[in-house]
Design a protein around this ligand. Structure first.
Ligand code: TYD
Ligand code: MG
Length: 451
């Protein structure tokens, strides 16, 4: 039985029986998307709802089950809620299938029945990966299938306790004539899996590929349809991966977990600060350690700067890796204006070591210190750490979570912290760990203390 579909303009709502490149009603290009008509008639198997008096609503008890990976549980807000649908997005090759196969393995070891459906790989290919991950016995069922209706039928019969679908771009519903991976298909797939998860109270994971630009038919358009959106990120040339929540109907979105991809799958990194500092040079100018906050956790990272005379006069280079380019340009302008340096004939490179991306203004002062340290060829003491936001007149402004940053610095053996005077004045004496603190109010004063 073929469902009736039509193409609907996403801009103005115009209906057309066939696909058109341009909407004849509003004139927009590429806005017509196939949709199922009479959606309401499709096997709606929820019990009919009724209005309920607010006071009579019982508080929902959210039952969660915990995966074997503690870091994943905390990103989810303490385990996965029964009946919730979690979308895991990330670039191809980043490790999404690996992560979920590990999760499936651990659930199977706990004695739970798991169904892992792959529309991307054959059973043999999955088994090869499974061998690397050391999968042995347990009730882990694999299904290689791309037809959504068949998948749902199988899942309904098997009635697993965990359901994984890899990936939303390769599965298609036979109700639609569009190709897999198109917006209509990924929406329909997500929609049906969502209903399946809710109806049967099965926690479900959906994998979605996204490109760096956040691809067109990618999970971006699905974010509002699912309960939880996790992003899995990292640089291909580096072994670490960051998993963070972008949306969570059942928990905070601030948590984040760091993993390292090894020869036997993903291993959680239990001490991220030590991990990112382990190859730091301690006797080179241009390197400084900053204490930043990622999610709700403090993280120490190394910022490096290199200043060298430019080959092409009049067109010096400004390169940043892992930092916002415009913010760095602004900081360089502040240094020129307030400290009297001139970068006119210099190429400047600023890099966050280890492939991390830092997007917090609290790193400002560290960027400036790294650049000046390189320019003056003066080493910053290796046991010194810094944080603080810099304003346009060179003033140092307070940042959030100062105590958490100090504790992390202390835990990793740092002896001195340069921090905003405003933060220092807020802190309660008795809370401060045993570490030397230097409160600063502007960048000039900071450099006087340092050099
Ligand atoms: P994969 O999970 O297939 O990525 P995705 O599903 O996001 O596309 O992971 C692919 C990469 O991970 C691949 O380059 C191989 C590497 N890998 C390891 O380094 N170690 C391992 O144990 C496994 C299973 C994969
Ligand atoms: Mg994959």
């Amino acid at each position: 039985m073929k469902t009736k579909t039509s193409f609907v303009c996403q801009n103005c709502g115009f209906h057309s029986p066939k696909w058109l490149g341009r909407c004849p009603n509003c004139g927009e290009w590429n806005t017509l998307i196939e949709e199922i008509e009479e959606e309401a008639a499709v096997e709606f198997s929820f019990p009919p709802s009724e209005p309920v008096l607010y006071e009579e609503i019982k508080e929902a008890k959210r039952e969660r089950i915990k995966s074997g990976i503690e870091e994943l549980n905390s990103v989810l807000g303490g385990g996965i809620v029964l009946g919730s649908l979690v979308l895991i997005g990330g670039e191809p090759g980043i490790g999404k299938s690996t992560l979920l196969l590990q999760v499936s393995r651990d659930f199977a070891v706990q004695g739970k029945k798991v169904l892992y459906v792959s529309g991307e790989e054959s059973l043999e290919q999955i088994k090869i990966r499974g061998e690397r991950l050391g999968i042995q016995d347990g009730k882990l069922y694999l299904l290689a299938e791309t037809n959504l209706e068949r998948i749902i039928t199988h899942a309904g019969k098997l009635n697993p306790q965990i359901f994984v679908l890899d990936s939303v771009q390769t599965i298609f519903s036979s109700k639609l004539s569009s190709a897999p991976g198109t917006i209509s298909q990924v929406r329909e797939v997500t929609n049906q899996v969502f209903r399946f998860a809710k109806k049967n109270h099965i926690p479900s994971f959906l994998i979605g590929h996204i490109t760096k630009e956040g691809s067109l038919a990618g999970p971006k358009s699905l974010e509002h349809m699912v309960d939880v959106v996790l992003y899995f990120e990292g640089e291909r040339d580096h072994s670490h991966r960051v998993l963070r929540a972008l949306k969570n109907r059942f928990g905070p979105v601030s948590e984040l977990a760091i993993f390292e991809m090894g020869s036997r799958g993903l291993q959680p990194v239990s001490n991220p600060s030590a991990f990112f500092l382990k190859e730091r040079p301690t006797e080179e100018a241009g390197s400084v350690v900053v204490c930043t906050i990622k999610g709700s956790r403090p993280l120490l990272a190394e910022i490096q700067a290199l200043v060298s005379s430019t080959l092409f006069a009049g067109n010096p280079r400004r390169m940043t890796i892992g930092l916002d380019h415009f913010r760095a340009a602004m900081l360089l302008a502040i240094v020129e204006r307030k400290l009297g340096f001139s970068f006119a004939g210099e190429d400047i490179y600023i890099n966050v070591a280890g492939g991390l991306t830092l997007d917090e203004p609290a790193t400002d002062l560290a960027v400036i210190m790294a650049v000046v340290s390189c320019l003056k060829n003066k080493v910053i003491p290796p046991d010194l750490i810094v944080f603080g936001e810099v304003g346009l007149s060179g003033e140092i402004r307070s940042v959030g979570h100062p105590l958490a940053r100090l504790k992390e610095a202390h835990a990793l053996g740092f002896k001195t912290v340069i921090l905003p005077q405003g933060n220092l004045s807020q802190l309660e004496k008795e809370d401060i760990p045993d570490i030397k603190l230097e409160g600063v109010q502007n960048i000039k004063q900071t450099l006087e203390i340092l050099f």
